[in-house]
Design a protein around this ligand. Structure first.
Ligand code: COA
Length: 373
């Protein structure tokens, strides 16, 4: 597979899934048949989590059960709090999250059945935002804040971060961000999780592989790259020249381009609305306005569309979140999709083991050490 067409496995179908589907030409994304635009308008992250795992929308009773389970599972074991405290003094949030997800296996009470893996999945989904909030509290000298019984996953994250109950519209906007990021077919991190699951490694091992793969700037790390760009540009009017110089130097503009979408990413459309609304809510639309100017210039110069990460940087900047939490928050949402894919892989498994095309030296005789030049 060394030919240009196969590089990066573009166009290769490596799994069947019922969980999500992308139409890159039309710019549409579906979770189990439901359009992401409908989910962003109507569904909570809890409802989306149920959908990804059960492939049906929950009834009212099933939804309240899911909400209750995610609340009950969100408290962190003391082992994890101690681990996070010690890592918070030494390293960044993505390394901490990857390590904590792996370490969570040590305090998991469950067995190996699919029912146990569903419980484990909900445990991981509920705890990931709390790992991130706890990390942020501890590294800034605060105490960990226990999640509240009366708040959903999104509001509880914002509460655990600040100790203040968030404004309901702000909490809903963040909830929608989680919905939008919850799954996206066989992206790099989901593929990594499925490859690990296909060896029958346990769910924590597979989820850890997924978190690790998300970190890079070509995947989840791009959101932070967008924020760095926004800071560097600093004012909307400076954006066109900055972008043109950047492209002339043959450098990529973070938050643009996509392997699958050849038009607007439908998530970016919703996120740009949220970025504008939150900018207005907090009285600072500079991030959003700079983003719009960047987007117009990239479109004009290169005909590239913004991807999901582009406006998310403005959303998180408006929310006042530290830039190094952006990628961990991507993981918090995607944990719903990762764990659904991992369960789907277990349910119909075959070891994933592709071929490589050898392009190294021809077979040759052994050269003794003393004869090597
Ligand atoms: N800025 C400038 N040019 C870009 C670009 C970007 N963000 N994304 C793609 N291009 C250009 C490439 O330079 C290439 O041009 P060329 O044919 O003249 O060499 C062409 O578009 C195809 O790009 P390529 O990198 O081969 O596409 P890919 O499918 O391998 O990569 C991404 C997809 C997402 C990795 C790529 O678009 C990228 O690096 N984007 C920036 C990082 C990012 O936002 N990642 C988050 C993804 S959700």
């Amino acid at each position: 597979m060394a030919d240009a067409a196969g590089k990066g496995l573009e166009g290769v179908v490596a799994a069947q899934t019922q969980i999500s589907d992308v139409d890159g030409r039309q710019g549409r994304l579906f979770y189990a048949g439901y359009d992401i635009a409908d989910l962003a308008a109507h569904a909570s992250f809890e409802e989306t989590t149920y959908l990804l795992h059960h492939l049906e929308l929950p009834t009212a009773a099933q939804l309240s059960d899911t909400v209750a389970t995610l609340r009950a599972e969100s408290t962190l074991d003391p082992l994890l709090v101690e681990l996070i405290a010690s890592l918070a003094e030494r390293t960044g949030p993505m390394t901490t999250l990857r390590t904590a997800v792996s370490a969570a296996a040590a305090v998991d009470p469950d067995g190996g059945s699919d029912e146990a893996n569903l419980r484990r999945a909900y445990r991981l989904i509920a705890r990931t935002p709390q790992i991130i909030a706890t990390y942020q509290r501890l590294r800034t000298g605060g105490d960990a804040i226990e999640p509240r019984d009366d708040l959903g996953v999104a509001a509880n994250f914002l509460y655990a971060l600040t100790g203040k109950q968030p404004d309901p519209q702000v909490a809903r906007d963040f909830d929608v961000v989680l919905v939008l990021y919850a799954d996206h077919t066989l992206n790099a991190s989901t593929f990594a999780g499925r490859v690990a699951a296909a060896t029958l490694a346990d769910m924590y091992a597979a989820a850890t592989a997924a978190v690790a793969t998300l970190q890079g700037p070509l995947h989840g790390g791009a959101i932070e790259g967008v924020r760095e760009m926004l800071e560097e540009i600093d004012a909307p009017d400076r954006a066109p020249d900055w972008v043109r110089d950047h492209l002339a130097a043959k450098r990529k503009v973070m938050g643009f381009g996509h392997r699958v979408y050849k038009t607007w990413d439908p998530r970016a459309t919703v996120l740009s609305e949220i970025a504008e609304r939150l900018g207005r809510h907090f009285g600072d639309t500079r991030w959003f306005e700079t983003s719009v100017r960047i987007q117009e210039t990239v479109m004009e110069a290169k005909h590239l569309y913004p991807n999901v990460d582009f406006y998310t940087a403005s959303v998180y900047s408006a929310l006042g979140l530290p830039p190094d939490l952006y990628t961990p928050l991507f993981a918090a949402a995607r944990m719903a999709g990762w764990t659904a894919h991992i369960r789907e892989q277990y349910a119909d498994n075959r070891l994933i083991r592709p071929d490589s095309e050898y392009v190294g030296p021809d077979p040759r005789p052994w050269t003794p050490l003393e004869d090597r030049g």
